[in-house]
Write a protein that binds this ligand. Structure first.
Ligand SMILES: C[S@@+](CC[C@H](N)C(=O)[O-])C[C@H]1O[C@@H](n2cnc3c(N)ncnc32)[C@H](O)[C@@H]1O
Length: 383
C-alpha cells in the first residue's frame, strides 16, 4: 500500500537513473524531499484540526454538502481526503473516507521552523506548503480565491524563490528538461518557451545549450502572468548571448497561437517546465503546439509525474486551491484527476495530439515508483 512519509531509498533508485547526470538528484535534493514530505504530514494534521475533520465519515461531495462549500471546491476536498489516507490519517473504503480523530499537534509555524532548521535548502518548498495549508480553509469557504491567496503581491518573492534553480527541491525538473532540450536541437535553433515564469527553466536551458555550443538563433520567452513576464524577461535578457535574437511576450496556452501572433512551423523546439499540465484542454493545447514545430521539431516538457492515474500527489495541496487547477477538463485516457499527469496519461495525450514518438528521461521512471510513491521529476520529448 502507498504510504508517506517514508525514507527515499537512493541505493535502489540510483541504478534506475543511469541516464541522468550525477549532479541532478543529489543527496541534498533527497533530504529536501524527505523533509518536505514530513512537513506535509504536519500541514495535514493542521488542516484536520482547523477544519474539524476528525471523525468525519463520507465522500468529498458529502463533506462539501455538510459544510456548505461550493461544489467547485470538491477537487480540493478530494485531494485533501486522499492525502489524509496517504499519510494514514484517514481510511477509505469504496469512496467513503473515515478521518481519524486528531492526536495532539504542535502549531504549524513551530513545525515549519523546526524543518527549516533541519534542511535550510528546503525553505522555499516548506514555505509554499505552509502558505497553502494556512489559506486552505479561507479558500474552501469562498472568502478568498486561490489566486488571491497564493499570488498576491505579498507572496511574489516566495514564488520567485520557489521557481528557482537555487531551490534544490525544484531545480531537478529544470535540469532534466534543459538537458533534454539541448539533446533535441541542433545549432542555431529557434526555440519557443511557454509559461516561463521568473525564468528558472530558461536559465537552465541557456546553461545547457551554451555548454554544448548550441546558442539558439531565436529564443521567444513567453508567460501569461504580467509580473512573472517582467521578472523572467529581465533574467532572460542577461542570459541570451548577442548572437541570439530574443523576444519576450505574453502567451496563454489556452488560446490559439494564431490569435497570439505565432504562425505554423516557426520553431525547432517548444519548451515548457511545469506548465502544460495547467492547460484546460490538454490535447487541444498540445495539438496547437505541434503545429508550431517544423517537421521533426521537438516538444520538450519538464513535468512532475504522478505515480498512476488515481494516485494523489501530496505536494499539490497548495496548487489545488487555484481555479485553473479545479477547472481542467478530465478525460479517462489522459487524466482522471486535476493536476500533474501520470506517465501513461502524458503518452496518451501526446499521441492523441498527433506526436508519433515520445521519450521520457529518466527512461526507467515508471519503475522508480515501486521504491518511493511520491512524485518524480521527468523530461518528456515528443516529435
Ligand atoms: C510552475 S510555474 C513554472 C515557471 C517556469 N517554467 C519555471 O520553471 O521557472 C508555471 C507557470 O505557468 C504559468 N501559466 C499558468 N497558466 C498559464 C497559461 N494558461 N498559459 C501560459 N502560462 C501559464 C504560470 O504563470 C507560471 O509562471
Amino acid at each position: 500500500m502507498r504510504r508517506l512519509p517514508k525514507p527515499i531509498p537512493r541505493e535502489k533508485l540510483l541504478p534506475l537513473l543511469h541516464d541522468v547526470p550525477e549532479g541532478v538528484f543529489t543527496p541534498v535534493f533527497t533530504q529536501a524531499c524527505e523533509v518536505v514530505d514530513l512537513f506535509v504530514g504536519d500541514c495535514l494534521a493542521h488542516l484536520v484540526h482547523e477544519l474539524a475533520l476528525g471523525g468525519f465519515s463520507g465522500s468529498p461531495e458529502d463533506l462539501a454538502h455538510q459544510r456548505g462549500y461550493s461544489a467547485h471546491k470538491t477537487p480540493m476536498l478530494h485531494l485533501l481526503l486522499d492525502c489524509l489516507e496517504l499519510y494514514g490519517l484517514a481510511r477509505c473504503d469504496d469512496k467513503t473516507y473515515e478521518v481519524a480523530l486528531p492526536a495532539g499537534h504542535e502549531p504549524l509555524p513551530q513545525r515549519y521552523h523546526h524543518w527549516v532548521g533541519v534542511a535550510p535548502t528546503a525553505e522555499p518548498a516548506l514555505a509554499v506548503q505552509r502558505l497553502g495549508a494556512e489559506v486552505f480553509p479561507r479558500v474552501l469557504s469562498g472568502e478568498l480565491s486561490g489566486e488571491e491567496a497564493l499570488f498576491s503581491l505579498a507572496h511574489l518573492d516566495l514564488w520567485f524563490s520557489y521557481f528557482s534553480n537555487a531551490n534544490v527541491h525544484y531545480a531537478p525538473t529544470n535540469s532534466l528538461a534543459a538537458l533534454a532540450l539541448s539533446r533535441s536541437v541542433g545549432k542555431h535553433a529557434r526555440i519557443l518557451e511557454l509559461g516561463g515564469g521568473g525564468g528558472s527553466a530558461a536559465e537552465a536551458a541557456f546553461a545547457s545549450l551554451l555548454a554544448t555550443d548550441q546558442a539558439p538563433a531565436l529564443y521567444v520567452f513567453t508567460e501569461v502572468h504580467p509580473a512573472f513576464l517582467r521578472r523572467g524577461g529581465r533574467l532572460v535578457r542577461q542570459l541570451a548571448p548577442p548572437s541570439c535574437r530574443l523576444e519576450i511576450r505574453p502567451y496563454d496556452i489556452n488560446l490559439t497561437p494564431e490569435e497570439q501572433g505565432l504562425s505554423p512551423q516557426e520553431f525547432d523546439a517548444v519548451f515548457a517546465v511545469n506548465v502544460l499540465h495547467l492547460a484546460a484542454h490538454l490535447v487541444e493545447a498540445l495539438t496547437q503546439l505541434r503545429r508550431l514545430l517544423v517537421p521533426g521539431g521537438a516538444l520538450v516538457l519538464g513535468e512532475l509525474i504522478r505515480p498512476c492515474f488515481s494516485a494523489p500527489v501530496h505536494l499539490e495541496l497548495p496548487f489545488a486551491l487555484l481555479q485553473s487547477y479545479q477547472q481542467v477538463q478530465l478525460a479517462p485516457r489522459v487524466r482522471t484527476r486535476p493536476g500533474f499527469l501520470c506517465l501513461q496519461g502524458w503518452q496518451n495525450a501526446l499521441h492523441e495530439a498527433g506526436f508519433d514518438e515520445v521519450h521520457v528521461l529518466p527512461a526507467a521512471l515508471q519503475e522508480c515508483f515501486a521504491h518511493y510513491p511520491g512524485f518524480y521529476c521527468a523530461a518528456l520529448v515528443a516529435r
